[in-house]
Unconditional design. Structure first.
Length: 135
């Protein structure tokens, strides 16, 4: 992996995911975080064409460079990661005149790079070919 580190805002679906030793273990499927507050929660990664995506918490990301994400985890640890569960969108909205309660702003947290192709096998094949051909 070469190149200068980049922000998590730059990560795109299809980027290569490497283990701590630099071996490819999958590709980025989705990025979870709150871009308005610059909070990076983690990644959904595809480790196989037909398998369910795995969730990598942001604390396990070592370095991000253009086109790849290197983890702090070994290949074996990546294989033991839990399945990615898309975080539910939450909101707390109170009416303007809520009696003794005071009004608070709505809060919403959802993946910033959500895309409809997440579990599409053809998309994963396309990403695999792109990696094989060097983009």
């Amino acid at each position: 992996m070469t190149g200068d580190p980049v922000s998590w805002f730059m990560i795109e679906p299809g980027w290569t995911v490497l283990d701590a030793n630099g071996q490819e273990v999958g590709s980025v499927d989705e990025i979870a975080g709150d871009s308005s507050d610059d909070i990076f929660n983690g990644l959904s990664i595809s480790t196989s064409l037909l398998g369910k995506p795995r969730y990598v918490p942001s604390e396990q990301v070592a370095v991000i460079t253009e086109g790849s994400v290197r983890l702090k985890l070994s290949k074996e640890e990546v294989a033991r990661l839990g399945e990615f569960q898309e975080p539910p969108t939450t909101a707390e909205i109170l009416p303007d005149k809520a009696g003794a309660l005071r009004r608070t702003e709505a809060s919403v947290e959802a993946p910033i790079h959500s895309h409809g192709e997440r579990l599409n096998v053809l998309t994963r094949i396309r990403h695999a070919f792109r990696r094989l051909l060097g983009r």
